[in-house]
Ligand binder design. Structure first.
Ligand SMILES: NC(=O)c1ccc[n+]([C@@H]2O[C@H](COP(=O)([O-])OP(=O)(O)OC[C@H]3O[C@@H](n4cnc5c(N)ncnc54)[C@H](OP(=O)(O)O)[C@@H]3O)[C@@H](O)[C@H]2O)c1
Length: 258
């Protein structure tokens, strides 16, 4: 399957103003790629571009809100015109919106789906069309290990990430036929502004630079899934194979009562 190289075109990253997206943008610039960094905060994107000065690749800011579907088609066209074909798209923007304790299906729940699921779909459509026209391209969607199965305190977030995982599994059949590469990225806990808000223990928390390197190494491999860290990945994969009569007590025990 196709793997993007710096000479093939540019890399588009959503959610590049902070956290994982920012770390991956800088890591790819170190590896010689031209990176187009998108998010809503233009000042933070400009700071990432500044930080990349002196690296072998470059970063250019293209602010956007991925929940505004109509903007994305135009943005993808502008990136292609200004920077050449998008060889790799890392659709990473997403977050965890909280609801009031005990509330189900509130504003936070809906915002989680609008950003994590609809926002990723808004980007996937134009990117797939552009790459299909180019005849090649690589797409990686950032989900989470939280999408492997239902977890306490993570109803909307886990469900939104599970939706991305299953959507990409299904989409892969179609993109394989078109010669486009699709990968899913499932990180465990990574130290970012998102996890800085967490008020529960985060086992095997990984530093941002380490996570960015693992993700960029994963872009170069043949595998569909880029997932880490192993001590969290394998227990979670195994727990999700168990019958529910074992899954629920075990998950309750692991998460210290839910
Ligand atoms: N950190 C972890 O432990 C972890 C683990 C697994 C998966 N993930 C996933 O990794 C991704 C990045 O998370 P992070 O931890 O790096 O969090 P973060 O630092 O909060 O980054 C989130 C990024 O998304 C952008 N964003 C938010 N709303 C947007 C919108 N409407 N349009 C465009 N961009 C938007 C934010 O920029 P603006 O505010 O400037 O728009 C920011 O750049 C998320 O999908 C998250 O679910 C994180």
């Amino acid at each position: 399957m196709y793997r993007a190289r710096p000479a093939d075109g540019c890399v588009w990253i959503t959610g590049a103003s902070s956290g994982i997206g920012r770390g991956v943008a800088l890591e790819l610039a170190k590896r010689g790629y031209t990176v187009i960094a998108s998010a809503r905060r233009a000042d933070e994107l400009n700071a990432v571009c500044e930080e990349a000065k002196g690296l072998s690749g470059r970063i250019f800011a293209e602010p956007c809100d991925i929940t505004h579907r109509d903007e994305i088609q135009t943005l993808v066209e502008r990136i292609t015109q200004n920077h050449g074909p998008i060889a790799l798209a890392f659709l990473n923007a997403g977050t965890f919106f909280k609801d009031r304790p005990g509330e189900f299906g509130g504003d936070g729940f809906r915002k989680t789906f609008v950003l994590n699921v609809d926002g990723s779909i808004n980007c996937l459509g134009p990117v797939i069309s552009a790459m299909a026209a180019q005849g090649r391209g690589q797409i990686a969607v950032n989900a989470s290990l939280a999408g492997y199965g239902g977890m306490p305190r993570s109803i909307a977030y886990s469900a939104s990430k599970a939706a991305l995982i299953v959507m990409c599994e299904a989409l892969k059949f179609d993109l394989d036929k078109r010669g486009l590469t699709l990968q899913i990225v499932n990180p465990g806990f990574v130290k970012t502004p998102l996890t800085d808000n967490n008020d529960f223990p985060m086992p095997f928390l990984i530093e941002l630079d380490d996570a960015a390197r693992r993700i960029c190494d994963g872009f170069e491999t043949a595998g569909f899934e880029i997932c880490f860290p192993r001590p969290l990945v394998w227990p979670l994969k195994l727990i999700n194979l168990l019958p529910y009569s074992l899954y629920f007590p075990l998950m309750r025990w692991i998460t210290k009562g839910g």
